[in-house]
Ligand binder design. Structure first.
Ligand code: NAP
Length: 317
């Protein structure tokens, strides 16, 4: 009898787009869980990997995708038929990832998700929610009454960061690059265009900057932070490079704080899971754009250009 096959997106060369390939469904194996995938996130990290521009890269050919969700088909550890989230254990980095209809992954890369959770939300909430929590609470230590400037505030991380900061009792100003994104800055944050950033438009110095955009946006936003304030650096969609004039830096007296969800994942896991409940109930919002497995090219294009609003997800059936 011939082995059943399924579709996977396979990266053959860095700098190209993965190709949709028909491959045998993996055989279940010890210490591994076979999952019928339902959804997979397409993130900036995944784009960096397929571009060959990340510090950890797979041997090719490889299936990208660092986050996903699906139903357990076979496992010694996880109940068959249960909804799970796949993450960590170098999925999509050192081993095949989630952009596939069937994934065979180490048991330790599998985490239970409450039944009834939207699989698209299950696959993509952790990175933006965990990063938002880490930025606001663990790294910047936002206190009630502080003024917080969030850049990329209609993006997945930025929008959740703005909401988490507001819940922490901060007054939040959310900055976006294009006018079309202004309505997508979540309440109660005040929405502002990056081109209009100034001490006057922001209403005086802010205590904290949480920057998800980098490049020129970071350069323009940083001087708006008060002396002894904090700037949490999260992302670099608008540019990876940032120059510091040491004399100006010391004079400004603003702490530059890196946010690294990979190193902080365990620390923020419990709080981030609570945020999943709030996202499911609608108390917090995270817009999700859904694309088919054969629609990777437009999905990637929308994420790269910044046109996408919220998370970009592959619907895997
Ligand atoms: N440090 C960590 O641990 C960690 C964890 C998760 C994510 N990240 C990083 O955080 C950043 C934001 O992630 P995200 O998921 O929120 O992304 P996203 O939803 O795509 O949001 C990024 C925002 O960047 C803005 N942008 C400005 N210039 C851009 C350009 N040239 N291309 C694309 N977007 C541009 C866009 O907003 P406007 O249209 O308003 O300009 C866009 O909404 C990414 O760099 C990601 O790698 C870091």
């Amino acid at each position: 009898m011939s082995q059943p096959t399924s579709q996977s997106l396979v990266l053959e060369e860095f700098g190209s787009l993965p190709r949709l390939v028909e491959r045998p469904v993996p055989e279940p194996g010890p210490n591994h869980t076979l999952v019928r995938m339902r959804a997979a996130a397409v993130s900036h990290l995944d784009l960096n990997v397929i571009d060959g521009k990340f510090g950890i890269l797979p041997d090719l050919p490889a299936v990208p995708g660092t986050e996903g969700s699906g139903i357990v088909v076979a496992s010694d550890t996880h109940p068959e038929g249960s909804l799970v989230r796949l993450r960590g254990k170098a999925l999509g980095l050192r081993r095949d990832g989630t952009w596939t209809e069937y994934a065979l992954v180490p048991d330790a890369a599998v985490e239970a998700v409450p039944e009834g959770t939207d699989p698209a939300l299950a696959c993509c909430y952790f990175s933006p929610a965990g990063t938002a929590w880490a930025s606001v609470h663990t790294v910047a230590g936002v206190r009630p009454g502080e003024r917080v400037l969030v850049t990329g505030a209609a993006g997945a991380v930025g929008a959740l960061t703005a909401q988490v900061a507001a819940r922490a009792g901060a007054e939040v100003i959310g900055v976006v690059g294009r006018p079309a994104k202004l309505p997508h800055v979540p309440a109660p944050a005040k929405a502002l265009l990056a081109a209009d950033l100034s001490p006057e438009s922001v209403g005086g110095p802010v205590d904290v900057l949480i920057d998800t955009v980098g490049g020129p946006v970071l350069r323009d936003a940083l001087p708006l932070v008060r002396p002894r304030g904090r700037a949490a650096l999260v992302g670099y969609t608008a540019g990876r490079e940032f120059t510091v004039d040491l004399a100006d830096y010391l004079l400004a007296d603003v702490a530059l704080l890196p946010v690294n969800l990979m190193s902080r994942g365990k620390e923020v896991a419990a709080d981030t899971q609570r945020l999943l409940g709030d996202l499911t109930s609608g108390e917090l919002t995270l817009p999700i754009e859904r694309h088919r497995i054969d629609g990777l090219a437009p999905a990637v294009a929308r994420l790269r250009s910044g046109e996408a609003v919220g998370k970009v997800v592959l619907d895997l059936g």
